[in-house]
Design a protein around this ligand. Structure first.
Ligand code: OTU
Length: 651
């Protein structure tokens, strides 16, 4: 089918469908709907046709999908319609240097949604403008994968609160300049979701919402090419359900059933759940596990072209009925595939696991060459998209750098992963890290790493050994990496607790429901007693918190830190990461235990012939710049410092 054919067919369908949509909406909304569909319907038509065009009842599904979009607009609260207008007028709002993200589990941070109200001052003090509340939906009490096995997208876990509270919270947050971010766990549901329950009771309509097979034949054929995601806890990708004598596709845990997006009815059903969430006031949806949403025999069923078509179709619909909403991709895969989801028409935002992994590599090796190489090749993004940069999440750390990038700096990928695993589990001689293995695969000998950033950076060991220098270096490593996250370009994201140096929590081992999943080591209850020391400068908590908060506040005064425009420099010193932002600010980070000296002028044009001032320490340099072990500098030409000092922080 060529573009022209799609265009003509779309125009015909649009002309036929609009009169049917009209009675659903009031005249103001209908006008908006018409204007937006005039722009986005041709794209939507083509995407849906490429996915479902061979279904005999394609036009029925098309109409159904468009009506759901209309009903979303009809039901959208006035405040959110207003927000739509504001965001449409300023679509790049999230590129602002004022943006600062935080993520937490509500139960572990504040107990309940109600309790969160009392913690908003804390978030504001830290400068947070983007708050990701980890899955808080109804889920099975035990088999829930930290909330990623959702039983209802419309009900909040009653232990945490209610959907009404969540929706009210989104308004409160917005009034404080904080955007609410939620997960859309759309690759699978829990086995307790109503659809799964109906499927289990034999209802074939709902069985078709999932991937189910009567015999092992087809699952075996698929498994030839599938990767095991949780090989230790949930080997294989299919689960036998004796109630219905069927194998059910379950990429992750056996109780998480993959949804079948080849079924347009399922697409429409999930669309409805998504639009429901959009109307609760969520501004960014984190699309969980995007690589896995389409299956095709003979492939590894990851990152297939149809996965992109699906997300683009969701996106086109959102542009029509809830345009304030953005998508963030969660694809923790090969860097090339990570990038494939990022575009204004698909996911405007994406986690940046590439930076995350290379930061940990540089910390372990004291060598920033892979970091420099990778950022040079892969950091730049299309216009109107942004990275969400972070050093750790609620998940494990897996060594997802590209082997070809590693080869370019003389590293063998497989050997290096082995080294990194040894290093971060503390087995490598001299390692300061206190990580634990996650999903060791005895066949490939692969594993991933769990641990809080402070414990992985050496703080736990340093405190245990009561060693001041080790403590100082561990703190500097934390600040160095967080500082890069703050300056490199994109939305910085912190896992709440990291700002006060939270260490590993080994108590999960005593809970039989958590013990098998080492990720719980880095998801402890927020330590409010430790946090109370955050403004006491001579405590470890205070040293971390105050430096971090200072950098966050400083960032908000530096317009050159907005958006992208990052230039990476190879300055010939393997320990240094050097980059500039919009040719106005130069960042120099030292990944080593020793002082380094660098004549920046030879490499970085803006450094040439300029006296440089470090905004973090106030020092000035005329000529060579010294960088202490694990130190980071934010340098700007000295004549520009006055202007920066005068600029008031942006709200
Ligand atoms: C995500 O992570 C979530 O972040 C996890 O907490 C969930 O367990 C999981 O999905 C299932 O919902 O494998 O180790 O490329 O790597 O989606 C974490 C994407 C994971 C996957 C990622 C997944």
């Amino acid at each position: 089918m060529d573009k022209h054919w799609y265009y003509t067919q779309a125009a015909k369908s649009w002309a036929r469908l609009m009169p049917r949509i009209k009675p659903l909406l009031n005249s103001v909304d209908f006008e908006k709907f018409s204007a937006r569909t005039a722009v986005h319907f041709p794209t939507l038509f083509e995407l849906l046709h490429r996915l479902y065009g061979d279904q005999y009842d394609f036009l029925f599904h098309l109409e159904n999908i468009l009506s759901r979009a209309a009903m979303c607009l009809r039901d959208r609260p006035a405040t959110l319609k207003h927000l739509d207008d504001v965001r449409e007028a300023n679509p790049d709002w999230y590129q602002s240097h004022s943006m600062m993200g935080a993520v937490c589990y509500v139960d572990r941070f504040s107990g309940t949604l109600h309790g969160l109200q009392d913690k908003l001052d804390y978030l504001e003090e830290l400068g947070i403008t983007y708050l990701h509340l980890m899955p808080l939906f109804e889920c099975p009490p035990q088999k829930n994968d930290g909330g990623y096995a959702v039983s209802s997208f419309r009900r909040v876990n009653p232990a945490i609160g209610s959907m009404e509270e969540l929706s009210a919270l989104s308004d409160t947050l917005r009034a404080r300049g904080i955007s609410l971010v939620l997960d859309f766990v759309f690759n699978h549901t829990s086995e307790e979701h109503d659809w799964a329950q109906r499927a289990l009771s034999g209802d074939t309509r709902y069985q078709a919402y999932y991937h189910m097979f009567d015999t092992r034949e087809i699952p075996n054929a698929y498994e030839q090419n599938l990767r095991e995601i949780f090989p230790e806890q949930a080997p294989g990708s299919f689960t036998w359900r004796p109630e219905i004598n069927k194998w059910v596709w379950s990429t992750f845990f056996s109780f998480q059933w993959d949804l079948n997006y080849a079924n347009p009815e399922l697409f429409a059903a999930m669309l409805e759940e998504m639009l429901f969430l959009a109307n609760q006031g969520v501004e960014v949806l984190r699309l969980d596990a995007v690589p896995f949403i389409w299956k095709k025999l003979g492939t590894n069923c990851e990152n297939l072209p149809e996965a992109h078509l699906l997300i683009q179709a969701f996106n086109a619909i959102v542009r029509i009925c809830a345009p304030a909403l953005l998508f963030k991709s969660e694809a923790i895969v090969h860097p090339r595939d990570v990038q494939s989801y990022i575009s204004p028409a698909e996911c405007q935002l994406s986690y940046n696991p590439i930076l995350m992994v290379c930061l940990w590599d540089a910390v372990a090796t004291r060598d920033a060459r892979l970091l420099t190489k990778t950022l040079t090749k892969r950091f730049a993004l299309p216009k109107s998209t942004a990275w969400v940069n972070y050093i750790r999440s609620h998940d494990d750390i897996g060594w997802g750098f590209a082997d070809e990038d590693a080869a370019e700096v003389g590293i063998n990928g497989a050997d290096h992963r082995y080294f990194l695993n040894q290093f971060y589990t503390g087995s490598f001689p001299g390692s300061f890290a206190r990580g634990v293995p996650f999903n060791y695969n005895p066949i490939t000998r692969d594993m991933r790493i769990s641990g809080t950033s402070a414990s992985l950076m050496g703080l736990e060991e340093a405190i245990e050994r009561a060693d001041d220098l080790l403590t100082e270096h561990a703190i500097r490593r934390i600040i160095l990496c967080q500082s890069i996250v703050l300056a490199v370009g994109g939305i910085p994201l912190i896992y709440l607790g990291d700002e006060v140096g939270t260490l590993n929590d080994y108590s999960y081992r005593k809970d039989p429901h958590l013990a098998e999943d080492s990720r719980w080591i880095h998801r402890p209850n927020f330590d409010w007693i430790a946090a109370a020391q955050r403004n006491t400068p001579d405590t470890i908590t205070g040293r971390i918190y105050q430096q971090l908060r200072h950098m966050i506040q400083l960032r908000k005064t530096l317009p050159m830190l907005s958006g992208g425009n990052t230039t990476i420099f190879d300055v010939g010193n393997p320990h240094l990461l050097v980059f500039s932002r919009k040719d106005k600010l130069i960042v120099v980070g030292n990944f080593s235990d020793r002082n380094q000296n660098i004549q920046l002028g030879a490499y970085v044009p803006v450094a040439n012939d300029n006296i440089l001032q470090d905004l973090l320490t106030g020092e000035q340099f005329n000529g060579a710049i010294g960088v202490d072990p694990w130190q980071i500098r934010w340098l700007i030409p000295a004549d520009a410092t006055n202007r920066v000092a005068d600029a008031a922080p942006e709200a």
